[in-house]
Design a protein around this ligand. Sequence first.
Ligand SMILES: [Mg+2]
Ligand SMILES: [Zn+2]
Length: 189
Amino acid sequence: MKNRAIFLDRDGTIIEEVGYLSRLSDIRFLEGAAEGIKLFNKAQFKVIVVTNQSGVARGFFSEGFVHKVHQKISEYLSQKGAHIDAWYYCPHHIEGKVSQYSFDCPCRKPSPGMIKKACKEFNIDLRQSFVVGDSEKDIKLALNVGAKPVLVTTGYGKETYQKLDQDIKEKLAFKVDSLKELASLICEF
Ligand SMILES: [Mg+2]
Ligand SMILES: [Zn+2]
């Protein structure tokens, strides 16, 4: 049997959007994030983070720092009884400053590279899966891979909703204020 997955954006969805997070002390969890993830775990969704981290290509921080952030988030979640099954990030950007990271990457959202990779690793049924985020890139990613798009109103989410074309708005599976709210809508026990 195939797995259902929740693909989560990181900044503005799990933790506060601070604009190129570059200090561990700036990590702040959004309300209901850990509780939501715990419920997704319990409902046997694979919980997979897919995050653009072009701050690496732009020279703001290293890939090592990105790993440290993910470790810190994992530690916090484990204290709350929740976990992330896999982390994928794209450190690239076509207009970066650091040459080895500066190209048009097929993993950068809304391109489907990270989700394609996850599907190979986890045997995922995309039509039964959700892509959750606060930006238009997350919503377009969902539509590009045939998963269900969910907009969170945290981070850039409120602005994103106002700017979304009407036809895309109509394709949203849900618009929610927190991951906990999403869990209450989709998790059955
Ligand atoms: Mg975001
Ligand atoms: Zn990439």
